[in-house]
Design a protein around this ligand. Structure first.
Ligand code: ACO
Length: 334
């Protein structure tokens, strides 16, 4: 029997503070009805002033380790996908390793924005199949509220904070990661970006991370164009990953998409001809949490007790870059 990468633990964390559409509509010129209709979002979670991305990651990781019945000492490598690291360096992964009480094993960040977790799973799977690691802690964690311009209604309604994590184990046994497809096209980069030192921030000056301040690296987006390309590329990539691994649309039991906008989700589900209820929807509860979005959706599905051993999961994401991709998994966790 050959070795495969199996998900053996799943976890998620959303910070306590909730920012509802109603409250947001007292901050910028918007309404609950507009946000719900155009995006499906009803609320987002915002991290506390004394929390950082690593703190969210640690909570999700603890739950995933606990779920796997493992401790940090059992882990061989730690990857954090994040767009909002605690600092420029060291990596958030090294901070998370320290906060979890781990030492010695490699830890690093990857940055593929909202596709970070899908990219990270593909990377970890490749390294594990190559025999480099037996157990990897893979986390997606974001503090999007720290880079959002809270005065820009076009973007601030869309994002939230959170973290999701899985423990991966390379072992014999049926199922596990089937494979992945990844893409990037940098010619689209200016349609969605957060330039460093935006909004007059001067190097060396203290950064105001409060929600009263316009974001330090505020998000700029051509929403319509992002929407159009996202729908098209996601439709293509789900077909591509299924073809690559010899599966049909009808073989997919659960679609676990990046949670950006309910209309993007529905468009992909329609292309997949997914039965109602077979696509995970959490965007209403926590908005777009970038690289935390896919593992948070997976955690939601898992905690509902909905996934049966042997079922096929299709994870997909589309992000700034543009970077997009998909992972196929045959569920092997009992
Ligand atoms: N409240 C009220 N009105 C608003 C708001 C708001 N929060 N934001 C924009 N508007 C206004 C606009 O100013 C515009 O007004 P105008 O016609 O007078 O100029 C009007 O609403 C319509 O704006 P559109 O941009 O055409 O609205 P659209 O239906 O495209 O929805 C949205 C905008 C939600 C941003 C959509 O384009 C979208 O979701 N795009 C994808 C962006 C995304 O998800 N990015 C995240 C990262 S990438 C990813 O994760 C896929």
């Amino acid at each position: 029997m050959s070795l495969h990468t199996h998900i053996v633990g799943v976890g998620g964390y959303l910070p306590e503070r909730i920012l509802s559409n109603e409250t947001l509509s007292t901050m910028v010129d918007t309404t609950d009805a507009w946000i719900r209709e155009r995006t499906g979002i009803t609320q987002r979670h915002i991290l506390a002033h004394d929390q950082q991305t690593s703190d969210l990651a640690v909570e999700a990781a603890k739950q995933a380790l606990d779920d796997a019945g493992l401790t940090i000492d059992d882990i061989d490598a730690l990857i954090v996908a994040t767009t909002t690291p605690d600092m420029v360096f060291p990596s958030t992964a090294s901070v998370v390793q320290y906060k979890l009480g781990g030492k010695g094993f490699p830890a690093w960040d990857i940055q593929a924005v909202c596709s970070g977790f899908v990219y990270g799973l593909a990377q970890a799977d490749g390294m594990m199949r190559g025999g480099m690691f037996q157990r990897v802690l893979m986390i997606g964690a974001e503090s999007m509220s720290r880079i959002v311009d809270w005065k820009d209604r076009n973007t601030c309604v869309l994002f939230g904070d959170g973290a999701g994590a899985v423990v991966l184990e390379n072992r014999e046994g049926e199922g596990g990661m089937i494979g992945s497809v990844l893409h990037c096209d940098g010619s689209y980069r200016q349609l969605l970006m957060a330039e460093h030192q935006h909004n007059g921030h001067e190097p060396g000056k203290a950064i105001d991370f409060s929600m009263d301040a316009a974001g330090v690296a505020a998000i700029e987006m051509k929403g319509n164009e992002v929407f159009r390309v996202a729908v098209s590329k996601l439709g293509e990539v789900v077909g591509e990953v299924l073809d690559k691994y010899g599966l049909q649309k009808s073989d997919v039991d659960w679609l676990v998409p990046h949670q950006a906008n309910i209309r993007i989700l529905n468009a992909t589900a329609k292309k997949m001809k997914m039965e109602a209820g077979r696509m995970v929807i959490t965007v209403d509860q926590h908005a777009n949490t970038s690289s935390a979005s896919v593992p948070l959706a997976l955690n939601h599905l898992y905690r509902q007790g909905s996934i049966q051993t042997g079922q096929i999961l299709l994870l997909e994401a589309f992000a700034s870059g543009f970077a997009w991709g998909a992972n196929l998994i045959r569920w092997s966790k009992s």
